[in-house]
Design a protein around this ligand. Sequence first.
Ligand code: HEC
Length: 168
Amino acid sequence: MKKSIVQTVSLAAATLLLPNNAATASAAGPDQAGIEFFEQKIRPVLVEHCYKCHSKDSEKIKGGLRLDTRDGLLKGGDTGPALIAGDVEKSLLIKAVRYTDEDLRMPPRKSGGKLSDEQIADLEAWIRMGAPDPRASDAVIQEGPPLSDPEKVRNHWAFKLIRSNPKE
Ligand code: HEC
């Protein structure tokens, strides 16, 4: 009995360590404190209060907005980006959860209603710190900048010799 508890605990510890290693491995990734803040304060709120209507598991994605990927938040829904990293006041998501705009109140009243002041403050703090978000995006992997592929450079019209008869 004791042994199985030890096993469970060490498994849990290993799972906790995994994302840390992954984040340190990529120098370009968001910083660790930001990711921890996201995992502790932001992800649970989104999962519990928003995913039902704004994720790939939703029956119908509401307002065209997905909140389960970083790209979804940045791209936004029918109205535009749901958040502007670093700019709380311009972020539609914040407007929605503050309940100040009677046309856009999230989560809707019939679905739990307004978040707690603390949850709203956490969302604001998260956006202020640049909205660090380690969630994988399942969007199509973006191509590199147009001139990063030598083959494309070679075939780009701008690098072709100018000929009076293009068929030559
Ligand atoms: C019960 C379903 C439901 C839940 C839960 C829900 N939403 Fe929505 N959301 C909608 C609907 C429906 C719309 C479309 C606009 C409308 O009808 O008000 C919408 C639209 C939005 C929009 C505007 C999208 C756009 O670009 O027009 C934002 C931002 C938003 N929701 C944020 C959230 C956040 C953040 C949460 C969680 C805190 C959340 N929503 C939870 C149903 C939901």
